[in-house]
Design a protein around this ligand. Structure first.
Ligand code: ZN
Length: 557
């Protein structure tokens, strides 16, 4: 009697002699526990007959080691481009086990051969195998479904999820085109038009668009800009009046910088894709993590980052939207929130030329007799105290580290923004990698060549992004905080908002002791009692105070 699979084995190029050697010549007899199915598939174009024969040999050798005979070899070849086609031979091979109960083992060579099932019901398949006390054995990877179901989790558990995001890989495909820097269609942002699949300045709109950009860079609020343009009778592309939110949308649009946007899907309340994308988005990054250009922009990438930082700094905390249309009131008083009343230990508020006890000011004299002091004088004193304190600290002090972080974000917002971008890009790449594996292993909707190439791309991106993130996360150079001149420069260049942050990083509070009597001439320094976050007694601190005292004395002489 001839084996049923002889035509397949001959198609694979086996000769009788070798088939006898492999125990594939005679029909296999035995109980279901002693026989097995073998599934061989030619999926890649580069799978030659000899590599497939080698797979058959290795599976036979493994089966012999397990004391099993191959009942039937199921062989199929499918065009690599037709990943969606239902794999009939695979269905038959599994049916021989789950339906007919002819054997208890299915051998495949690699997980990729196993998993590429048309409808991706590998989890259900494993359940059926389990019911029949049958198993799948993956020879190349030594995975036994009865012992290492965890390893096959990617094949089993995830398959049960309702996969809503099938088109993710269509999107990956689109991204591949985007990566070539082509404008992918849609409405161009104000100031730009398309030409030959790229963005370019629209002569009719660009001058006004650039003016808007410069206003934004000049920290003008979107509301102010809209008002200004409307007062001049300037209209939008659609002939309408400008609005604050319209300006904001433009400012957030990555495409306004001539960059390809990584658009985020808009989901409904159930987490299902609505078919729409959020506007603006973040720039799509190439594998080195650089934003991809799709032509000319109204603004540069650096300007985009800066404008977004300006808008974000105005957004109010605690609200989901943030009041982006109005400018935040500029902070004018250095010591608000730091200076404490020496009598009631409460806050002192900025009263114009003075700082005054807030309790006294609001609740009256019965609450606190109150302390007040001239603003300019005390601010100058605190500045000196701060400089001396910082210079007294060792490089490993938490205050120095906190200030270095603050200093970095003030001095190098692009680096900070870049870090945020890279972190986000890394997260997204890792997410893509996971989805890719799911699509391939579980859903079986992708052919192996495409999977390999996409996975290589994602892996390369992840490597590059990790390296860049490590670089960006390197500790800051602390020398500017150790040198008096550069420290003073840092302080002066920080602006009032930055100075407040620098001060708060160093001091929990500074208490102003009351004057002993009216016209008390006690030096202001003697009335200031700082509570530093980092209050270790340090010889350098004492020395710094001494030096300052010396200078002060000389100055008054
Ligand atoms: Zn008070």
């Amino acid at each position: 009697m001839e084996r049923e699979d002889l035509p397949s084995l001959r198609a694979l190029g086996f000769e009788e002699a070798e088939l006898r050697e492999l125990d594939l010549w005679e029909p296999a007899s035995g109980t279901p526990a002693n026989v097995a199915e073998m599934y061989v598939r030619r999926s890649k174009k580069k799978d030659t007959l000899s590599t497939l024969r080698e797979q058959v040999r290795r599976i036979c050798s493994h089966a012999a080691a397990e004391g099993k005979r191959i009942r039937r070899v199921w062989f199929e070849q499918k065009s690599a481009s037709k990943a969606y086609v239902r794999r009939e031979e695979f269905e038959k091979a599994t049916a021989a086990i789950t339906k007919s109960g002819l054997s208890k083992t299915l051998y495949v060579y690699k997980t990729s051969r196993l998993s590429r099932r048309g409808m991706g019901q590998v989890g259900l398949l494993l359940d059926k195998f389990e019911e029949k006390s049958a198993r799948i054995y993956v020879v190349a990877e030594h995975i036994d479904s009865t012992k290492q179901r965890m390893i096959l989790a990617i094949l089993s558990e995830q398959a049960r999820e309702q996969v809503t995001d099938l088109s993710e890989f269509v999107k990956l495909g689109i991204d591949a085109h985007k990566a070539e820097g082509k404008w992918t269609g849609g409405v161009t942002p104000f100031g730009l038009r398309t030409a030959g699949g790229r963005l370019e300045h629209d002569p009719a709109e660009y001058p006004l668009a650039r003016r808007i950009a410069e206003y934004l860079l000049d920290r003008k609020t979107p509301h102010w800009i809209a008002n200004k343009l409307n007062s001049e009778g300037k209209l939008t592309r659609h002939g309408k009046k400008w609005s604050g939110p319209g300006i904001i949308a433009l400012a957030h649009a990555v495409t306004w910088a001539g960059l390809v946007a990584q658009r985020d899907r808009a989901l409904d309340e159930n987490g299902k894709w609505t078919g729409k994308y959020h506007r603006g988005g973040t720039p799509l990054l190439d594998k080195k993590g650089n934003p991809i250009s799709c032509g000319e922009g109204v603004i540069t990438f650096a300007e985009h980052v800066k404008i977004n930082a300006i808008l974000a700094s105005r957004a109010q905390k605690g609200t989901s939207i943030g009041d982006r249309t109005r400018g935040k009131r500029e902070i004018v008083a250095l010591l608000t929130g730091t200076l404490l009343c020496g009598l009631c230990n409460g806050a002192m508020a900025n009263g114009g030329v003075n700082y005054r006890c807030y309790a006294r000011q609001v609740e009256g004299e019965h609450s606190c007799k109150g302390v007040s002091t001239e603003r300019a004088r005390i601010e100058a004193a605190v500045e000196v105290m701060w400089l001396n304190h910082i210079l007294s600290l060792s490089p490993d002090s938490p205050t120095i580290r906190a200030i270095a972080r603050e200093w970095l974000s003030y001095q190098d917002p692009e680096k900070e923004a870049r870090k945020t971008h890279v972190t986000a890009a890394l997260e997204s790449a890792v997410g893509r990698e996971m989805k890719l594996e799911k699509e391939f292993f579980v859903m079986g909707r992708m052919d192996e060549d495409k999977y390999d190439s996409l996975r290589d791309q994602v892996a390369a991106q992840i490597t590059e992004l990790k390296a860049e993130l490590a670089e960006l996360s390197e500790e800051a150079d602390l020398t500017p905080l150790m040198d008096p001149a550069s420290l003073a420069g840092l302080w002066q260049g920080a602006g009032i908002g930055g100075q407040r942050a620098l001060l708060k990083a160093a001091a929990k509070g500074i208490t102003l002791l009351p004057s002993k009597y009216r016209g008390d001439r006690t030096p202001i320094f003697d009335r200031l009692n700082p509570e530093w976050r980092d209050d270790r007694v340090h010889p350098a601190e004492e020395a710094a105070w001494d030096r300052w005292e010396e200078r002060r004395t000389q100055a008054t002489v």
